[in-house]
Write a protein that binds this ligand. Structure first.
Ligand code: C5P
Length: 212
């Protein structure tokens, strides 16, 4: 049995007390992957941004709001885990300054200055001590090339590539890419069926096999 960390859902970066930037993510893929890994007999810890989905009762869930909070929670948990499935869609930008009061409308364009948030998977990947990592990439153009570049940059063992039609959908189709850039699986169907198949690949290639 392995202890597996799953990041799931979107994160929020507040501009003021009521407005925020976020990514489109329902948390459904994280929910279905958690369910699949639990059914394979593993222990699952989910660090999740704000979502409406209900995670499996057998999983430990740590709710977070921002990308920084997601990273901090993961850094606490990851050292005691054997692997990470990074299926969250953390918000990549945050405002340089967060207004303490609600920003008032002036009739003029509002300029926002944004900076990048930390990359959760890349940061954990850079600090890994023998753990395996699986990342997810949602790409609109040059999909395989960009997914492979992310796999390398984020120190992942596998990258699951999907298109934007997966967002908030019940069904999805994905390709799983390995470190050599080979497409090792092409899967489509309900997110639960795809999650089950991804879980089988993780089980066979990463949980049961010595790492290459
Ligand atoms: O956003 P991007 O396409 O780079 O996401 C690829 C992978 O990196 C996903 O697994 C996602 O969860 C992760 N990621 C992250 N922290 C970010 C952005 C992305 O962990 N700030």
């Amino acid at each position: 049995m392995a202890r597996i960390l799953i990041t799931s859902g979107p994160t929020r970066q507040y501009l003021d007390p009521v407005r925020y930037l976020t990514n489109a993510s329902s948390g459904r893929m994280g929910q279905t992957l958690a369910d699949a890994m639990l059914r394979l007999g593993h222990e699952v810890v989910i660090v999740s941004g704000p979502v409406d989905v209900k995670y499996p009762a057998a999983a430990q869930v740590l709710p977070v709001t921002s990308t920084e909070e997601m990273l901090e929670a993961c850094q606490q948990i990851f050292p005691a885990c054997q692997g990470l499935i990074g299926v969250a869609a953390p918000c990549d930008y945050r405002p340089v300054r967060v207004a303490t009061g609600k920003i008032q409308k002036t009739g003029q364009p509002l300029e926002l200055h944004l900076i990048e948030t930390p990359d959760v998977v890349a940061t954990l990947g850079a600090s890994k001590q023998g753990q395996w990592l699986v990342g997810f990439a949602l790409e609109t153009d040059d999909q395989r090339l960009r997914a492979l570049a992310k796999l390398e940059k984020k120190h992942c063992d596998l990258m699951v590539l999907n298109g934007p039609e997966a967002m908030h959908a019940v069904e999805t189709s994905v390709e799983i890419i390995d470190r050599q850039g080979a497409v090792i699986e092409t899967l489509s169907g309900t997110k639960q069926a795809v999650a089950d198949a991804i879980a089988r690949v993780i089980q066979a290639r990463l949980v049961e096999q010595p790492r290459r």
